[in-house]
Ligand binder design. Structure first.
Ligand SMILES: NC(=O)c1ccc[n+]([C@@H]2O[C@H](COP(=O)([O-])OP(=O)(O)OC[C@H]3O[C@@H](n4cnc5c(N)ncnc54)[C@H](OP(=O)(O)O)[C@@H]3O)[C@@H](O)[C@H]2O)c1
Length: 321
């Protein structure tokens, strides 16, 4: 597995998102044993960059990851996130210094570790100046509880101000063949030496061509995501079809093409596809060896924009633009 550079932090350039093992997706929490086998297989294949968050569950996803990495801590670059659960009696988002200090203790305990490698603010808190949040997080770095700091779904001004307070290693944001906002941010990230961690790199499964609306559970969050409304889903089918065309030509799978396109954008990019199944983990990890031709990359660059937003209105209100 090749590596990517996120600020001063080196990671496997393909990571593993653990959220769907416990939260948000159809089948979450239904087979923890397979989820743990998936994490073990990831480590065996060199997919050592693991992603979780306090709010996934909440809490149970960190506990699951903690169980999976017990005895293998040294092999893992461990990332988690704070700020979408409040421990101060306030409402989330809560990135007050008191909440940052409280959150880290819970995450360390649930993960069963004495430090977190990459600690992200999960969403920008409009009520707390970013300097105060990053100032508090920087104290955790000084105390050895955290190695590197990250932001998620922050935009230009916040990124600059945060980075001026303490070096930011990575921005985690949605970025994929059908969510291209980050094209606009990449020049700034590169100017500052900040890496990009694309979440939902498979378009929440859509780009693999394997999602069927009728299979989604009532509480699957994609049911409230505009792109997955019946009408938009139908309109977007052409995108999945185009990815399939490139996959056939490249003798790979649509998931691998979606990941290989992201990897081709730079060696400061480390996508974290999510799966709770060993077989898909193996398929996704093999994208490390897929090199798309210039023609295939152009074909993918030219895909039409997706129909419908990538998050619900409520979620979008938490995202800086
Ligand atoms: N910072 C943030 O705000 C934020 C937001 C969302 C997610 N994240 C992080 O990013 C990670 C990845 O994002 P995501 O899970 O939302 O989306 P994703 O990686 O784009 O897609 C995950 C979905 O694709 C399916 N899948 C995975 N590999 C597949 C394959 N090879 N073939 C067919 N289907 C496949 C998974 O199903 P199975 O699990 O059943 O295989 C799951 O339904 C999360 O786990 C989480 O850690 C962060």
């Amino acid at each position: 597995m090749k590596t990517a550079q996120l600020g001063a932090l080196e990671v496997s350039r393909l990571g593993l998102g653990a959220m769907g093992m416990s939260h948000g997706y159809t089948g979450a929490g239904s087979d923890d044993a397979e989820s743990i086998r998936t994490i073990h297989r990831a480590l065996d294949l060199g997919v050592t960059f693991l992603d979780t968050a306090e709010v996934y569950g909440p809490y149970v996803n960190e506990e699951l990851v903690g169980r999976a990495i017990a005895g293998r801590r040294d092999e893992v670059v461990l990332a988690t996130k704070f700020g979408l659960v409040s421990h101060t009696g306030s409402q989330a988002p809560d990135s007050s210094p008191a909440n940052v200090r409280a959150a880290v203790e819970g995450s360390l305990r649930r993960l069963g570790v004495d430090h977190i490698d990459l600690y992200y603010q999960h969403r920008v808190d409009p009520d707390v100046p970013i300097e105060e949040t990053i100032g508090a997080a920087a104290e955790l770095v000084q105390q050895g509880k955290v190695r590197h700091l990250g932001l998620s779904e922050a935009w230009t001004d916040t990124i600059r101000r945060a980075h001026a307070t303490h070096p930011i290693a990575a921005l985690q944001s949605e970025y994929s063949l059908w969510t291209r906002d980050q094209d606009e941010l990449l020049p700034l990230l590169r100017e500052l030496g900040i890496g990009l961690v694309p979440y939902s790199p498979l378009g929440k499964g859509f780009l693999t061509g394997q999602v069927r609306l009728e299979d989604l559970a009532e509480d699957d969050f994609r049911r409230t995501t505009p792109r997955f409304s019946a009408e938009n889903f139908r309109a977007n089918q052409v995108l999945a079809d185009e990815v399939r065309v490139v996959a056939d030509e490249a003798e790979s799978t649509p998931a691998q093409v979606a990941l290989a396109w992201l990897l081709a954008q730079g060696d400061d990019i480390a996508p974290i596809p999510g799966t709770k199944r060993v077989s898909r983990l193996e398929e996704n990890a093999a994208a490390d060896a897929v090199t798309l031709t210039d023609g295939q990359l152009r074909h993918l660059d030219d895909l039409a924009p997706a129909a419908g937003g990538h998050h619900s209105d409520a979620q979008m209100r938490l995202i800086e633009r």
